[in-house]
Design a protein around this ligand. Structure first.
Ligand SMILES: C[S@@+](CC[C@H](N)C(=O)[O-])C[C@H]1O[C@@H](n2cnc3c(N)ncnc32)[C@H](O)[C@@H]1O
Length: 219
């Protein structure tokens, strides 16, 4: 991947921009605000378990992983994340999450998340076990059972193949009963694919700058 640019979103936090897709990794209305709203508040905070297995689609800058760690409290989290195109180190070095994520260990943890080996489980902090998988979602066969899925692919207009009914069917099978999948996307066609795959889907208020988002539950 060439020519990725670092940008600053409206809440002061960094994001990346892919000119070839004309697509940002996060909302330009606020990268940290969006991740907190969509994945932490509508996802992590809804899971009532002390040992949580999370699958993220699209590791990118590692922001969702970092915020999950800073919000995990006393719980144990097994965090599996998929990425087809790992972000180069020179870009990671200028991303400002170590200074804008309000936690005393944010900088140390951001570094550890990115230096962790790929394709094996690494303990980042007490109770936080990270497995970064360099893999293509479209070729992925899941062999774990998840309580929570962060679906953070590029937008359906840019990568429609990531938002297909068959992808949601695969994720449905990989989730336990009562597990939830959360995403910033609110498109009707995506909601219908989720419903056809078996999920019960809710429309929730979106993050700043976005009217709605989706949360799907396996019931
Ligand atoms: C919206 S960004 C994810 C942002 C990320 N969660 C973060 O906190 O920075 C989408 C990510 O999906 C990745 N991606 C694109 N195609 C993929 C594929 N087929 N399989 C896995 N990941 C893919 C992109 O490289 C990008 O990192």
């Amino acid at each position: 991947m060439k020519n990725i640019e670092v940008k600053v979103s409206a809440d002061g936090s960094s994001t990346l921009y892919r000119p070839d897709l004309n697509e940002h990794y996060h909302s330009m209305n606020g990268a940290v605000q969006e991740s907190l709203h969509v994945f932490i508040d509508a996802g992590l905070k809804m899971v009532c378990k002390n040992d949580i297995h999370i699958l993220e689609i699209g590791f990118g800058t590692g922001l969702n992983a970092l915020l999950t760690l800073t919000h995990k409290a006393e719980r144990v989290i097994h965090y599996h994340t998929l990425e087809k195109f790992p972000v180069p180190n020179d870009l990671l070095a200028v991303i400002n999450y170590p200074s804008v994520v309000p936690h005393p260990s944010a900088g140390e943890w951001f570094g550890q998340i990115h230096t962790a080996d790929w394709n094996r489980e690494v303990k980042i902090a007490n109770g936080f076990y990270l497995t970064k998988m360099e893999a293509d979602l479209l070729m992925f066969s899941v062999d774990s059972t998840y309580d929570l899925v962060y679906f953070d692919a590029f937008a359906p207009e840019k990568q429609p193949e990531m938002w297909s009914e068959s992808v949601f069917q695969m994720l449905f099978k990989a989730m336990r009963n009562g597990a939830i999948l959360t995403t910033y996307c609110a498109k009707g066609v995506v909601r219908r694919f989720m419903q056809s795959a078996g999920f019960k889907v809710e429309r929730l208020q979106g993050p700043p700058g976005k009217r709605e988002m989706l949360r799907a539950m396996k019931v």
